[in-house]
Design a protein. Structure first.
Length: 715
């Protein structure tokens, strides 16, 4: 795509639909510009615009090297056609049920330029036209009125500054009540519609004439702060912290407490002592604590337990591993934790075999698809994501499995349970049969979950259930420099790298560089050497990790560097992302940034761009292709480099970890430990050795606001 002109507004009539994506979010239309009788191709989110419609579009012209000159639409407003020809084409386009081209011609022949006015205000007169009876006349009138109403809503929302994608989300959410709801409280809309934040609500409110100190603005700021806190992993915000963060949004202090009180009375926040919760998180925290306490009691082991254990366990099993298998029969709730090389995977496999040997129905699951695949490979049994287990239904936005329709299982094992947040845990526990046993397997020394409310760490620290911690590193695992490094990091020591010129079962190298430009050079050199020395594909086998997104050594800068190195611009077949400068190319490695229940892709899923056609980007996620329209591209990002948080639950043949003093706010022992343990064969740390030392010495876990541990121990 080449030179672009400044934005402008055009009025066009739609001549032909050239392409529309399956979900309707992207269209290519052939149109005629009214003021010049000029043919123009429109591309963008044009909803269900059809031939015959008149549109007022805002956007800019672009010259595409493959598709030629086009007008990329940023926003549009349907305009009712006024000429007999325009009305005929509009009614006969198939947009209005009950009217085809022939009926459209008859209607316009009968009523002329006033046809649409007659349909909407004098529908009984339609029966004067041959082929239209009372029922059909009413159906046509209802359809045209509905179409007019939708156009007015769309025009209203875009007049407030919303683009087509967000305007659609709002209108779908509220239907006929859209204008009323938005006028009454745009800040509430921001909390209820994904992607519309406080700043967008502020802009809408300003356009609607809201005062700066309007009480609804204060309430919106409070809800915004709670949402941000949940995104950062917090179940609640202390009231004094909430006050400060709301004031930082330029909300008058005297408005905050009245707004908080009003939100509480309306059930939109929960005040629990000095803690302020979003209601779903408060409910989940209470429910998880109650259900985990109920599960934690002792169970009567089956009579054939000893025989099952004897058959399932190899002779070389350590005592702690045997204790874990035995404990899984005697408790309704158990945690199995341990670092790399301690036999956690082997123990999990034996534990599952023993449970099956006594005839129990076993289900294996994990928070992510990659983790579920690893669990399945380790046990030779089917494993699935928690969302699939609980049968998420995108159409109704609910899980089919719940207390009324529980999971059919006697024994449920969740791997990578350190990723389990309180909301997902609530759903799992709600669907768990009362008689079932739950085993959570995970490495508690890793980073906490991305979602709000860590569960595994709080459960272990509460001491309300059986916890088996594997600590002995097996001899074979000790041969891996990666395993040795992980345990050295946990002990607060700088790891010892692999001796140059030698090769082991898991190698670790540390490359010193302090200047960002030098680190860039070392990074690209290392990728080439990995391919030469280890036969590793830089795209598929190696994952670059860094603590943060921004800065010269954040994911944004590193992805640009690595994209040009691994998938150069000569292969460009992409389009600009919504943010402007970033381009996606066929062959790019990308990551899903948030759960998308409609597409059935999840936060952290990795894929490859396979083709870009008519503006639609197709990504191979696992074994299937997922399509993204231009306005949906903010859901994915380049993934040559990722933050460490984003790859929890994943493993790769090799990782390169970039560390620098500019990452100081995020340098912790848990972060480096998590990063190193993502590698199976090879781990390389590139960066300032002072940053590595600082991270290893910083054993402080990121403080997350949760009250789960207290609730678990409450009598």
């Amino acid at each position: 795509m080449a030179q672009q002109e400044r934005g402008e507004t055009l009025r066009v009539t739609v001549d032909e639909l050239l392409y529309r994506s399956p979900d309707g979010r992207f269209s290519v239309l052939a149109t005629t510009r009214e003021d010049r009788d000029e043919k123009i191709v429109l591309v963008g989110d044009l909803r269900e615009s059809a031939p015959g419609e008149t549109l007022r579009v805002e956007g800019r012209f672009e010259d595409h090297r493959a598709f030629g000159r086009r007008f990329r639409v940023q926003s549009f407003t349907p305009v009712t056609p006024t000429t007999a020809l325009g009305i005929t084409r509009y009614l006969g386009s198939g947009l209005i049920p009950g009217i085809g081209p022939e009926i459209a011609k008859r209607l316009v022949a009968q009523f002329g330029d006033r046809t649409l006015d007659v349909i909407t205000t004098q529908s009984s007169r339609l029966r004067d036209v041959a082929g239209i009876g009372p029922q059909r006349a009413q159906s046509i009138a209802d359809a045209v009125r509905s179409r007019h109403a939708e156009a007015e809503v769309f025009a209203f929302l875009q007049g407030l500054g919303l683009g087509p994608a967000f305007a659609r989300r709002v209108s779908v959410k509220y239907g006929e009540q859209t204008v009323r709801v938005v006028r009454e409280d745009p800040y509430l809309v921001a909390e209820q519609v994904a992607g519309i934040g406080f700043r967008t609500a502020d802009a809408m409110a300003s356009a609607l004439g809201y005062a700066h100190d309007d009480p609804r603005r204060a309430a919106g700021a409070i809800l915004h702060v709670l949402g941000q806190a949940a995104d950062d992993g917090h179940s609640f915000v202390l009231q004094r912290e909430l006050d400060g963060r709301v004031r930082a949004l330029d909300v008058p202090e005297q408005r905050i407490l009245p707004a908080l009180t009003e939100l509480s009375l309306r059930g939109m926040v929960i005040l629990d002592d000095d803690r302020v919760y979003a209601p779903p998180l408060h409910h989940a925290e209470l429910a998880v604590a109650r259900r985990l306490r109920a599960l934690s009691g002792k169970r009567e082991p089956p009579a054939n337990m000893d025989a099952a254990i004897s058959d399932a366990l190899p002779e070389f099993f350590a005592s702690a591993q045997r204790d874990a298998v035995r404990a899984s029969f005697a408790a309704g709730l158990m945690v199995l934790t341990g670092g790399p090389g301690t036999g956690k995977t082997t123990t999990t496999s034996a534990l599952v075999r023993a449970q099956q040997a006594v005839g129990r129905r076993v289900i294996l699951c994990a928070p992510t698809g990659r983790a579920a695949k690893r669990l399945s490979d380790a046990t030779d049994l089917p494993a699935q994501t928690l969302h699939r287990l609980l049968e998420w239904n995108p159409a109704s936005s609910t899980f089919a499995r719940n207390a009324s329709s529980p999971i059919e299982a006697d024994f449920v094992l969740v791997d990578e349970a350190s990723m389990l947040d309180v909301l997902l845990a609530e759903r799992l526990l709600d669907a768990l049969p009362q008689s079932a046993t739950l085993v959570l397997v995970g490495d508690v020394d890793q980073l906490p979950p991305i979602g709000a409310g860590p569960v595994l760490r709080e459960l272990i620290d509460s001491r309300v259930c059986v916890v088996v911690r594997l600590t002995e590193v097996f001899r074979q695992a000790q041969e891996s420099a990666i395993v040795r490094a992980a345990h050295a990091i946990l002990a607060g020591h700088t790891p010892t790298p692999t001796t140059p010129g030698t090769r082991g079962s898991g190698d670790l190298f540390i490359i010193r560089a302090s200047d960002p430009h030098a680190i860039h050079a070392r990074l690209t050199e290392t990728l080439k050497r990995m391919h030469t020395a280890y036969g590793l594909d830089p795209m598929r086998d190696v994952q670059v990790l860094t603590p943060m997104r921004r800065g010269p050594l954040g994911t944004e800068a590193l992805n640009e560097l690595l994209q040009n190195a691994n998938n150069p611009a000569a292969s460009l077949a992409g389009i600009p992302a919504p943010t402007g400068s970033r381009r996606l190319r066929v062959g790019d490695k990308v990551m899903q940034l948030r759960n998308d229940y409609d597409r059935e892709v999840w936060n952290g899923d990795l894929g490859e761009v396979t083709r870009i056609d008519a503006g639609i980007t197709f990504v191979r996620m696992g074994t299937r292709d997922v399509s993204y329209e231009p306005d949906s591209l903010d859901a994915i990002s380049l993934a040559y480099a990722c933050t460490v948080h984003k790859v929890q639950g994943s493993e790769f043949p090799a990782v390169i970890i970039v560390l620098h003093g500019s990452h100081h706010m995020l340098l912790t022992r848990a972060l480096v430990y998590t990063a190193v343990t993502r590698a199976r064969k090879l781990a390389v740390i590139i960066g300032d050795p002072r940053a590595l030392t600082r991270a290893i010495q910083n054993a402080d876990q990121r403080k997350v606001n949760t009250h789960l541990r207290v609730r678990l121990t409450a009598q």
